[in-house]
Design a protein around this ligand. Structure first.
Ligand SMILES: [Zn+2]
Length: 85
């Protein structure tokens, strides 16, 4: 996966992975998200979010925090071969 190609294609179409999520929205896909804070009180960082959770507010910038899906990674127990039931 080349970073340059990714940048070029992400201009043309609103690809799914460039969607920005807001606090309070449900997480549709488990995976690694970039967490972007308001006014740079903290550098953007990565975090794992699980499907069906809600994106949280930040203690510092509250509702102004944003989340971007970097890479979806299904939770192992959501996988049919590993489901607990
Ligand atoms: Zn923040």
């Amino acid at each position: 996966m080349s970073g340059r190609d990714k940048e070029r294609s992400h201009r043309r179409k609103p690809a799914q992975h460039s969607t920005v999520f807001l606090p309070g929205q449900p997480v549709l896909e488990s995976g690694i998200y970039e967490v972007i804070h308001d006014k740079g009180h903290r550098q953007a960082h990565e975090a794992v979010m699980y499907r069906d959770d809600l994106f949280p507010v930040c203690d510092q910038c509250d509702l102004k925090v944003r989340f971007k899906l970097i890479r979806s990674a299904p939770y192992i127990f959501d996988d049919e071969d590993f489901a607990k039931e």
